[in-house]
Design a protein around this ligand. Structure first.
Ligand SMILES: [Zn+2]
Ligand SMILES: [Zn+2]
Length: 524
């Protein structure tokens, strides 16, 4: 059974109504990895609903978290805001109501493009509106027990006088710099003495004061537990590092059960996405890959597919270059498999592959197969830019007859994705300029003879990528040359270069008369 169904059934065994939470700290533009838990949540939520259950999804914007470092895309002036909660920060470009708005709106808009639409909730607003009053009081009254649980589960000793609350300093506005030291049942006394954020020490202003329970926040582990309890969260995806023994999840679970008397949610561990063979997302210098970018170059369905094709805990490496064409090809195989074609997959994988496909759909599951491959479009869109002309070419090589409006729309989106990929992430090899005139190149006598042999085949060949590829391959075999040398020769006469996209697709995108004329010219 596919993992979305395994989780859905496990949850339905506990009850019919579900609530999934995911959360993201707001410290700049959320990268692709921040979308991962929302998409996993969405897949499981949809499976629950398909099986007759209910599921509500919220996305907690952790905008009370203090700013720990200045993201590269922010102006230097933002250094003044270090240690302050994100909800207090202004929009860096002056275009939105707040810092959080500026970065979360595009993130949510892009998620909506792949039908992931959780209800966004500002954590700062929840505290300010008093939604947390109850849990904060409980946490403060039972601070000693919480300290003991943290020590017991995680081994970390906070000290006897520790209070689980970070006030926002009334003088400097920072939250990462305060230490609470007394609770009188109404107000929390604190000192603004400075605090550590990653490798940096953020100086406090020295202020001493007391605030009410809405002017600050609980520390992360306590906050998480209180949120599960307060909202009734039944499952939550989390990076698998949080699930280590004695880690955040175990501590939160113990606090949730023993302090707030609520069951902890089912944890769905996932592996973080890495790029290009191992770099952690968001840590690669100056480069943020976002879910929007992935959708733009891959299409919405293929972007979703990336998250459903393998278990959440399996290794996830994304490569926006050639990797996108491989991802697209895998998706296309899944699509053909779903529509009953034998793609040579092992029998035991077929059901999961079909489910990978259905979990990736956005506006319902198509009723029939209507597919033009990504690789084919890489050639077509470089031969012509005009939509009608693209359709005319494809009509000769692919079955696109009688496309419905929805099918045509999906094809249009795919064409745009391929164009965007070519303009942004495609390796140079994949880009070409079709030579409208005969290029000025040297062709040897042996090569002329090979082209003459190919000519006879091209005049009769069925004009499909596969058949054209076969003709070229057979010619190479018959002539006793390597396939690579044969491809190289063809790229030279059509593109005036030695490499290019898949040759069968390239030729199929061109008119037979044009191809035949070109080969004939260089064969004599
Ligand atoms: Zn803005
Ligand atoms: Zn201060």
């Amino acid at each position: 059974m596919h993992w979305v169904d395994v989780y859905a059934e496990q949850l339905l065994g506990r009850g019919k109504k579900h609530f999934v939470e995911s959360g993201t700290s707001i410290s700049g533009e959320p990268h692709l990895g921040s979308a991962e838990d929302l998409i996993i949540s969405d897949g499981i939520a949809k499976a629950i609903i398909e099986k007759g259950g209910e599921c509500k999804a919220i996305w907690a914007m952790d905008d009370l978290d203090g700013l720990r470092k200045i993201p590269k895309q922010l102006p230097k002036e933002f250094e003044d805001y270090l240690g302050q909660p994100a909800f207090k920060l202004p929009c860096p470009d002056g275009c939105c109501a707040s810092f959080a708005d500026h970065f979360t709106r595009p993130f949510l808009e892009n998620l909506a493009r792949i039908d992931v639409k959780p209800e966004p909730v500002s954590v700062a607003k929840m505290y300010q509106d008093g939604k947390y009053d109850n849990v904060v009081r409980i946490a403060m009254d039972r601070a000693a027990e919480i300290t003991a649980i943290i020590k017991e589960v995680s081994g970390s000793d906070r000290g006897d006088d520790w209070l689980p609350f970070f006030p926002i300093c009334e003088n400097c506005g920072r939250i990462l710099t305060t230490q609470a030291y007394a609770w009188d049942g109404q107000r929390i006394s604190y000192r603004c003495k400075g605090g550590i954020a990653g490798k940096n020490f953020i100086k406090g202003c020295g202020h001493e004061g007391a605030v009410g329970i809405r002017q600050g926040k609980l520390p992360w582990r306590v906050e998480w537990a209180s949120r599960w309890s307060h909202l009734g969260v039944t499952f939550e995806p989390m990076g698998k590092d949080l699930m280590a023994s004695g880690g955040t999840y175990e501590t939160g679970k113990a606090i949730c059960e023993r302090i707030f008397n609520s069951p902890a949610p089912l944890a769905v561990p996932y592996e973080w996405i890495v790029i290009e063979g191992g770099k952690r997302l968001g840590k690669s210098a100056g480069r943020i890959l976002t879910i929007g970018e992935l959708i733009d170059i891959a299409t919405p369905e293929i972007a979703r597919y990336f998250f459903f094709r393998s278990k959440p805990t399996s290794h996830k490496d994304i490569d926006f270059g050639l990797g996108i064409t491989k991802l697209a090809e895998e998706y296309e195989i899944a699509e053909r498999t779903y529509f009953g074609q034998d793609m040579g997959l092992p029998e035991k994988e077929i059901e999961d592959v079909k489910r990978n496909y259905t979990a990736s759909q956005i506006s319902g599951i198509p009723e029939r197969l209507s597919q033009v491959s990504y690789s084919h479009l890489i050639s077509t869109v470089q031969v012509t830019n005009d939509w009608d002309h693209i359709l005319e070419k494809l009509a000769r090589t692919d079955d696109i007859s009688g496309m419905t409006q929805a099918e045509e729309q999906r094809l249009k989106v795919k064409v745009e994705a391929v164009k965007t990929w070519l303009a942004t992430h495609a390796p140079e090899d994949m880009k070409f300029q079709l030579q409208a005139e005969h290029p000025e190149i040297e062709i040897s006598a042996e090569e002329k003879a090979i082209l003459a042999k190919l000519l006879g085949k091209l005049e009769k060949a069925e004009w499909t990528a596969e058949k054209l590829h076969d003709s070229i391959h057979t010619t190479a075999v018959e002539s006793g040359i390597k396939a690579g040398a044969m491809f190289n020769l063809m790229y030279r006469i059509f593109l005036n270069r030695t490499k290019g996209p898949r040759l069968g697709y390239l030729l199929a995108s061109l008119d037979r008369e044009f191809v035949v004329e070109r080969v004939r010219h260089f064969s004599t």
